[in-house]
Design a protein. Structure first.
Length: 604
């Protein structure tokens, strides 16, 4: 009893622990998923930024490398430009990136195209793909630095300003109604069109950067595409879902770019030319304080002044631009192939939760299985003990009768022939009961050991029914039972063991007799059904309760009401009937109502 109580306490405790573990696992997996989401987003943003920086740096080098002084363009001094072309090709990883150079002189209204063979610009018509761009740039208005539809870089050429000798910084009060002086731009004398190869950009530069930053070594796949401002796709495939990270390409005003000069090239240029190119600057930062309205604290306002320092040797310098960042005409879009990082993380979280909960569920199911198996074994053991007790009792009664009758015969108590015959019949009947019980036990043992075999042959259902009735006729007549038999004519033959099936029906008839509850009526019938042939045994006995119906075919099971009424039996009959029927590919069913009787149907 104590062990049983501990078992009932242990199971709820284990289930409670599993529930707590499941809750903690849910919280932990949620936090891990959130951390993984932030890690993936941060890494993706960093990779996208480096991708854009590498791309922009390549285009920036192509743009800034060919910025010559205005005098070189005016005097058509192409030698320095040719050296710049050589210098760029030696240092770039994509020498085929630039398709050609077209110089448009707005003052002379003439066009020059660079000839790589002669290393000079010559008069020529504008290339076909650049013709619409030339018309657009010639018109008055703001000149873009990148023509994304070509694509091409546009480098404007202006007149040289006079040197600034003084710099005046004027502080204007907030209530001053004067307007700031608009700066005047120098005169635009022409522009240089740097035609770029879209194939090299797509199949070379962009493809290499995708391989560099978005490889699949970790099994994480990203969709990478590049689009123009109008939404057309330049590289990759268009996405229906919003990208996880974006960056602008062809941004010549990036926050950080490499501004380099050629140590061998620059000394060959004139001293005056060097002064027109900024190689280094020093920055002075001035601060002034003004009282912020409604705020007792002072507000700081910083002004950066860049002052040109001359006579500085040319060098490579990484500088921070003071020009506000503007978006480039191309846009880099990167998103996870699952639709988004959120969708991917959600899927991974669901999978992890399913695996975790599956393992916990398996543990819980295993614990419950062990518990119920132990309970079932315990119940089965109890039934076995009850079986031994009932069999012993069943054996003791006929043995006592046989012993008493044989003792009377041996002592000469019965001397008349009628008495001797009566004692002989008594011993014979009780011996038959003992033999039937022994056969039933041996049959059950054989079925459990798997050694029981059946001699299956074609047999008529009516013959099986008649055999069963003939075998039980003496018992039925002894107790005065009325037996109704109905066998449908021309029933089909069935394949089975005639003796075993007859024994199964006998068990049902004996049960009807045993649980008759005073009624003396049994009906046996055989008929054709949609599923085959049905053999039914009906009675008007005590019936079976609803809670006992699901257990009556289990070995050693006897209903509590039957045990209380001390009806003899060992609980093996119905289990043997079921095993015999199922071994023949059939099934057995029961319909019963307490106090009104039962109907067992074997379908073959």
């Amino acid at each position: 009893m104590r062990r049983s109580s501990l078992s009932y306490i242990f199971i709820p405790a284990v289930i409670a622990m599993l529930v707590v573990t499941a809750v903690l696992q849910y919280i932990w997996i949620g936090k891990v998923s959130d951390g993984e989401r932030e890690r993936m987003r941060s890494r993706l943003d960093a990779d996208v930024k480096r991708f854009a920086d590498d791309f922009n740096r390549e285009t920036q080098s192509a743009f800034f490398n060919f910025q010559l002084p205005q005098r070189s363009w005016k005097e058509h001094n192409w030698s320095e430009f040719a050296e710049r072309v050589d210098f760029w090709k030696e240092r770039t990883a994509y020498p085929s990136l630039i398709k050609g150079f077209t110089y448009v002189d707005l003052e002379a209204n003439s066009t020059f195209v660079y000839d790589p063979a002669n290393r000079t610009f010559g008069p020529a018509s504008v290339p076909e793909e650049l013709a619409p761009l030339r018309e657009k740039l010639t018109a008055d208005g703001e000149m873009p630095t990148v023509a994304d539809e070509v694509p091409a870089l546009v480098m404007p050429i202006y007149e040289v300003h006079d040197r600034v000798t003084k710099l005046v910084v004027r502080t204007v009060a907030e209530d001053d109604s004067s307007r700031p002086i608009e700066p005047t731009m120098p005169k635009k004398t022409g522009f240089l069109l740097i035609g770029l190869s879209q194939n090299v950009i797509r199949d070379g530069l962009l493809a290499d950067l995708v391989k560099k930053y978005f490889s699949t070594d970790e099994g994480v796949v990203y969709d990478v595409s590049v689009t123009r401002k109008d939404g057309t796709t330049v590289f990759g495939t268009s996405r229906t879902a919003a990208p996880d990270s974006t960056a602008s390409l062809f941004n010549l005003l990036n926050d950080s770019f490499v501004f380099y000069s050629n140590r061998e090239l620059m000394p060959k240029t004139a001293a005056g030319v060097q002064r027109s190119i900024v190689f280094s600057t020093t920055t002075e930062r001035l601060e002034r304080r003004t009282a912020a309205p409604g705020n007792p604290e002072d507000a700081k306002k910083k002004v950066d002044i860049n002052v040109l320092t001359e006579d500085i040797k040319p060098r490579t310098e990484v500088r921070s631009s003071v020009i506000p960042k503007s978006d480039g005409p191309w846009k880099l879009n990167v998103g996870h192939s699952s639709g988004s990082i959120d969708a991917f993380i959600s899927g991974q979280r669901r999978k992890n939760l399913a695996i975790g909960f599956g393992i916990l569920g398996l543990i819980g199911a295993s614990v419950l299985t062990v518990f119920f198996s132990a309970q079932r074994a315990r119940l089965f053991a109890k039934r076995q003990v009850d079986f031994v007790s009932s069999v012993s009792h069943e054996f003791r009664t006929p043995l006592a009768v046989i012993y008493s009758a044989s003792e009377n015969l041996a002592d000469g108590v019965a001397r008349e022939p009628e008495q001797i015959t009566r004692y002989g019949e008594l011993i014979k009947g009780e011996g038959r009961k003992l033999s039937a019980m022994v056969e039933q036990i041996l049959e059950f043992a054989g079925a459990r050991s798997g050694k029981r075999t059946f001699d299956k042959r074609p047999v008529a259902p009516g013959e099986i029914v008649n055999d069963a009735i003939e075998q039980t006729r003496p018992m039925l007549d002894e107790h005065g039972f009325e037996v109704e038999v109905w066998i449908e004519p021309e029933l089909p033959m069935i394949v089975g063991d005639r003796k075993a099936l007859s024994q199964a029906i006998q068990n049902l008839i004996v049960n009807a007799l045993k649980y008759s509850n005073g009624s003396r009526w049994v009906r046996v019938e055989a008929e054709r059904t949609d599923d085959g042939v049905a053999i039914a045994v009906s009675d008007r006995g005590v019936g079976i309760g609803a809670k006992d119906l699901k257990n009556i075919f289990e070995p050693f099971y006897r209903a509590k009401s039957v045990v209380d009424e001390q009806i003899h039996g060992n609980g093996l009959g119905l289990s043997l009937v079921k095993e015999t029927v199922e071994a023949h590919g059939g099934r057995i069913g029961v319909e019963s109502e307490p106090g009104k009787g039962s109907r067992f149907t074997i379908t073959l």
